[in-house]
Design a protein around this ligand. Structure first.
Ligand code: GDP
Length: 175
Protein backbone atom coordinates (compact mmCIF):
# COMPACT_ATOMS: atom_id res chain seq x y z
CA UNK A 1 0.00 0.00 0.00
CA UNK A 2 1.12 3.47 -0.69
CA UNK A 3 -0.71 6.75 -0.60
CA UNK A 4 -1.30 7.99 -4.14
CA UNK A 5 -1.68 11.51 -2.81
CA UNK A 6 2.03 11.58 -2.13
CA UNK A 7 2.98 10.65 -5.64
CA UNK A 8 1.00 12.95 -7.85
CA UNK A 9 2.67 13.55 -11.19
CA UNK A 10 0.17 16.00 -12.64
CA UNK A 11 -2.93 17.92 -11.68
CA UNK A 12 -5.47 18.30 -14.47
CA UNK A 13 -8.12 20.96 -14.18
CA UNK A 14 -11.22 19.91 -16.06
CA UNK A 15 -14.46 21.85 -16.27
CA UNK A 16 -18.00 20.64 -16.81
CA UNK A 17 -20.21 22.93 -18.87
CA UNK A 18 -23.51 22.87 -20.69
CA UNK A 19 -27.08 24.01 -20.15
CA UNK A 20 -28.76 23.81 -16.81
CA UNK A 21 -30.38 20.47 -15.84
CA UNK A 22 -28.54 18.32 -18.38
CA UNK A 23 -26.95 16.31 -15.56
CA UNK A 24 -23.56 17.96 -15.05
CA UNK A 25 -23.62 17.66 -11.28
CA UNK A 26 -24.78 14.05 -11.41
CA UNK A 27 -22.09 13.08 -13.92
CA UNK A 28 -19.47 14.59 -11.67
CA UNK A 29 -20.94 12.91 -8.62
CA UNK A 30 -21.00 9.57 -10.45
CA UNK A 31 -17.38 9.90 -11.46
CA UNK A 32 -15.94 11.26 -8.24
CA UNK A 33 -18.04 9.39 -5.66
CA UNK A 34 -19.88 6.73 -7.68
CA UNK A 35 -23.14 8.23 -6.46
CA UNK A 36 -26.33 9.44 -8.07
CA UNK A 37 -28.47 11.67 -5.92
CA UNK A 38 -32.17 11.90 -6.79
CA UNK A 39 -32.86 15.12 -4.98
CA UNK A 40 -29.71 17.11 -5.27
CA UNK A 41 -29.50 20.82 -6.06
CA UNK A 42 -27.69 22.13 -3.78
CA UNK A 43 -24.94 24.47 -3.40
CA UNK A 44 -24.65 27.73 -5.23
CA UNK A 45 -21.38 28.84 -6.74
CA UNK A 46 -18.50 27.08 -8.36
CA UNK A 47 -17.25 23.88 -6.81
CA UNK A 48 -14.86 21.14 -7.68
CA UNK A 49 -14.36 17.47 -6.89
CA UNK A 50 -11.18 15.53 -7.22
CA UNK A 51 -10.31 12.00 -8.12
CA UNK A 52 -6.89 10.50 -8.56
CA UNK A 53 -6.41 8.13 -11.49
CA UNK A 54 -3.51 6.46 -13.21
CA UNK A 55 -3.07 7.31 -16.88
CA UNK A 56 -0.16 5.80 -18.81
CA UNK A 57 1.62 4.99 -15.56
CA UNK A 58 1.33 8.56 -14.28
CA UNK A 59 -0.60 9.50 -11.16
CA UNK A 60 -3.00 12.21 -12.21
CA UNK A 61 -5.09 14.21 -9.83
CA UNK A 62 -8.17 15.36 -11.72
CA UNK A 63 -9.70 18.49 -10.31
CA UNK A 64 -13.14 18.70 -11.88
CA UNK A 65 -15.14 21.90 -11.63
CA UNK A 66 -18.91 22.19 -11.69
CA UNK A 67 -20.82 25.39 -12.38
CA UNK A 68 -23.22 24.42 -9.57
CA UNK A 69 -26.22 26.21 -11.02
CA UNK A 70 -24.36 29.29 -12.22
CA UNK A 71 -24.39 28.46 -15.95
CA UNK A 72 -25.38 32.00 -16.89
CA UNK A 73 -22.63 33.55 -14.85
CA UNK A 74 -19.63 31.44 -15.75
CA UNK A 75 -16.62 33.71 -15.52
CA UNK A 76 -13.14 33.60 -16.98
CA UNK A 77 -11.83 32.31 -13.64
CA UNK A 78 -13.82 29.15 -14.26
CA UNK A 79 -12.08 28.56 -17.60
CA UNK A 80 -8.63 29.64 -16.50
CA UNK A 81 -6.09 26.84 -16.59
CA UNK A 82 -8.58 24.23 -17.74
CA UNK A 83 -6.93 21.50 -19.78
CA UNK A 84 -10.15 19.72 -20.63
CA UNK A 85 -13.89 20.22 -20.73
CA UNK A 86 -16.88 17.95 -20.52
CA UNK A 87 -19.54 19.67 -22.61
CA UNK A 88 -22.83 18.08 -21.63
CA UNK A 89 -26.24 18.09 -23.30
CA UNK A 90 -29.37 16.07 -22.59
CA UNK A 91 -30.39 13.60 -25.32
CA UNK A 92 -34.04 14.26 -24.38
CA UNK A 93 -33.78 18.08 -24.77
CA UNK A 94 -33.15 19.35 -28.27
CA UNK A 95 -32.45 22.85 -27.02
CA UNK A 96 -29.56 21.66 -24.87
CA UNK A 97 -27.96 20.17 -28.01
CA UNK A 98 -28.69 23.27 -30.11
CA UNK A 99 -26.79 25.32 -27.52
CA UNK A 100 -23.68 23.14 -27.73
CA UNK A 101 -22.21 25.27 -30.55
CA UNK A 102 -22.48 28.36 -28.33
CA UNK A 103 -20.72 26.55 -25.50
CA UNK A 104 -17.90 25.52 -27.85
CA UNK A 105 -17.50 29.15 -28.91
CA UNK A 106 -17.50 30.26 -25.29
CA UNK A 107 -14.93 27.61 -24.42
CA UNK A 108 -12.63 28.47 -27.30
CA UNK A 109 -12.73 32.16 -26.55
CA UNK A 110 -11.95 31.72 -22.85
CA UNK A 111 -9.45 28.92 -22.77
CA UNK A 112 -6.20 27.76 -24.21
CA UNK A 113 -6.58 26.46 -27.76
CA UNK A 114 -5.11 23.12 -26.78
CA UNK A 115 -8.09 22.44 -24.52
CA UNK A 116 -9.49 18.94 -25.06
CA UNK A 117 -13.26 18.87 -25.37
CA UNK A 118 -15.44 15.84 -24.71
CA UNK A 119 -19.02 16.22 -25.95
CA UNK A 120 -21.34 14.20 -23.73
CA UNK A 121 -24.95 13.28 -24.54
CA UNK A 122 -26.32 12.46 -21.10
CA UNK A 123 -29.49 10.67 -19.88
CA UNK A 124 -28.88 7.78 -22.26
CA UNK A 125 -31.09 5.63 -20.00
CA UNK A 126 -34.17 7.62 -21.14
CA UNK A 127 -34.34 5.77 -24.46
CA UNK A 128 -38.04 6.43 -25.08
CA UNK A 129 -37.59 10.18 -24.61
CA UNK A 130 -34.64 10.60 -26.93
CA UNK A 131 -34.94 13.51 -29.37
CA UNK A 132 -31.28 14.02 -30.32
CA UNK A 133 -30.08 11.29 -32.70
CA UNK A 134 -26.61 9.96 -31.96
CA UNK A 135 -25.59 10.64 -35.59
CA UNK A 136 -26.26 14.38 -35.22
CA UNK A 137 -23.87 14.55 -32.30
CA UNK A 138 -21.22 12.45 -34.05
CA UNK A 139 -21.40 14.76 -37.06
CA UNK A 140 -21.07 17.88 -34.93
CA UNK A 141 -18.21 16.40 -32.92
CA UNK A 142 -16.34 15.45 -36.10
CA UNK A 143 -16.78 18.93 -37.57
CA UNK A 144 -15.54 20.59 -34.40
CA UNK A 145 -12.80 18.15 -33.46
CA UNK A 146 -14.46 17.03 -30.24
CA UNK A 147 -14.51 13.61 -28.66
CA UNK A 148 -17.96 12.18 -28.01
CA UNK A 149 -19.76 9.72 -25.76
CA UNK A 150 -23.33 9.16 -24.71
CA UNK A 151 -23.61 8.57 -20.97
CA UNK A 152 -26.06 7.95 -18.18
CA UNK A 153 -25.21 9.41 -14.81
CA UNK A 154 -28.15 7.38 -13.49
CA UNK A 155 -26.85 3.95 -14.53
CA UNK A 156 -23.23 5.07 -14.72
CA UNK A 157 -22.90 3.94 -18.32
CA UNK A 158 -19.85 5.44 -20.07
CA UNK A 159 -19.25 8.07 -17.39
CA UNK A 160 -15.92 6.60 -16.33
CA UNK A 161 -15.01 5.81 -19.94
CA UNK A 162 -15.63 9.39 -21.06
CA UNK A 163 -13.55 10.90 -18.25
CA UNK A 164 -10.68 8.47 -18.75
CA UNK A 165 -10.66 9.14 -22.48
CA UNK A 166 -10.56 12.87 -21.76
CA UNK A 167 -7.63 12.45 -19.36
CA UNK A 168 -5.75 10.27 -21.85
CA UNK A 169 -6.13 12.93 -24.52
CA UNK A 170 -5.05 15.69 -22.14
CA UNK A 171 -2.07 13.56 -21.19
CA UNK A 172 -1.14 13.25 -24.87
CA UNK A 173 -1.43 16.99 -25.41
CA UNK A 174 0.30 18.38 -22.35
CA UNK A 175 2.64 15.78 -20.90
P1 GDP B 1 -27.11 20.18 -13.91
O1 GDP B 1 -28.00 21.37 -13.68
O2 GDP B 1 -26.62 20.13 -15.32
O3 GDP B 1 -25.99 20.06 -12.91
O4 GDP B 1 -28.05 18.89 -13.78
P2 GDP B 1 -28.26 17.90 -12.52
O5 GDP B 1 -27.06 17.02 -12.35
O6 GDP B 1 -28.69 18.67 -11.35
O7 GDP B 1 -29.45 17.00 -13.08
C1 GDP B 1 -30.68 17.58 -13.50
C2 GDP B 1 -31.79 16.57 -13.38
O8 GDP B 1 -31.59 15.50 -14.29
C3 GDP B 1 -31.90 15.94 -11.98
O9 GDP B 1 -33.26 15.74 -11.69
C4 GDP B 1 -31.19 14.62 -12.15
O10 GDP B 1 -31.67 13.65 -11.25
C5 GDP B 1 -31.52 14.26 -13.58
N1 GDP B 1 -30.46 13.45 -14.24
C6 GDP B 1 -29.14 13.74 -14.30
N2 GDP B 1 -28.48 12.80 -14.99
C7 GDP B 1 -29.40 11.88 -15.38
C8 GDP B 1 -29.34 10.66 -16.13
O11 GDP B 1 -28.29 10.21 -16.62
N3 GDP B 1 -30.52 10.00 -16.32
C9 GDP B 1 -31.71 10.45 -15.83
N4 GDP B 1 -32.79 9.71 -16.07
N5 GDP B 1 -31.80 11.59 -15.12
C10 GDP B 1 -30.67 12.30 -14.90
Amino acid sequence: YYDMEEKIDYVFKVIVIGDSAVGKTQILSRFSKNEFCFDSKSTIGVEFQTRTVIINGKVIKAQIWDTAGQERAVTSAYYRGALGAMLVYDITKRQSFDHVAKWVEELRSHSDNTIVIMLVGNKGDLVDLRVVPTEDAIEFADEQGLFFYETSALTGENVETAFIKLFEEINRVVC
